[in-house]
Design a protein around this ligand. Sequence first.
Ligand code: PGA
Length: 252
Amino acid sequence: MRRPMVAGNWKMHGTRASVAELIEGLANLALPGGVVDVAVFPPSLHVSLVVDCLEGQSISVGAQNCAHQAGQGALTGEVSSTQLADAGCKFVLVGHSERRQIMGESNEVLNRKFEAVQAAGLTPILCIGETLEERKAGKTLEVVGQQLDSIIEELGIGAFVNAVVAYEPVWAIGTGLTASPEQAQEVHAAIRAQLMKENSEVAQGVRLLYGGSVKAANAVELFGMPDIDGGLIGGASLNADEFGAIIRAAGN
Ligand code: PGA
């Protein structure tokens, strides 16, 4: 049985004051005990603050990005997976569409980031998804398949023993448009089938999260699909009560 996971991607939001308020809200949530893994992904600037404030809570902390190499070194402006681990992170997002599209991160760079995350003992959450043009052109499974294949070819199927995959259709991120449960399930099933071709045990164990305008109002239906093991939540994770309702939906 795969334990559901709900991850909150705060993106470039928050001040010290608003982060403290959000954490207080999270700490006061009545969360289903031991049935859902919950993690929040603050901007790296706020990681230490969030780790400290969540001490003793069953909510993990992750980072939204890291350098393409682990350890320490001459890389001005970067933060490594090793430093994130030292700060108390457990997960790192790799290949969010905003980084692929706006920051121009290629599959080659993302392969190295994925590897660097695991080298530091952390778990990568690999984000993959198609644009609206690609979906309209009937290329969804091809595009998602290539993004996944890049990691499989470079690092092997074994790399997915300690990894999570998030399917996030680019057209659904921050737009209020959500993939229907059936549309999302179709892609999730294809992702699992692709992993299954390499190793069925690994494929059965990997958690596949859906992301893209998930809210409390649509979470139950999405999380009810057989290959959707939880969600990667952007906007709705900035509201503790809404995020709590999404977590409860994953626990049911
Ligand atoms: P959204 O973002 O929930 O605001 O659509 C999801 C994400 O980008 O991870």
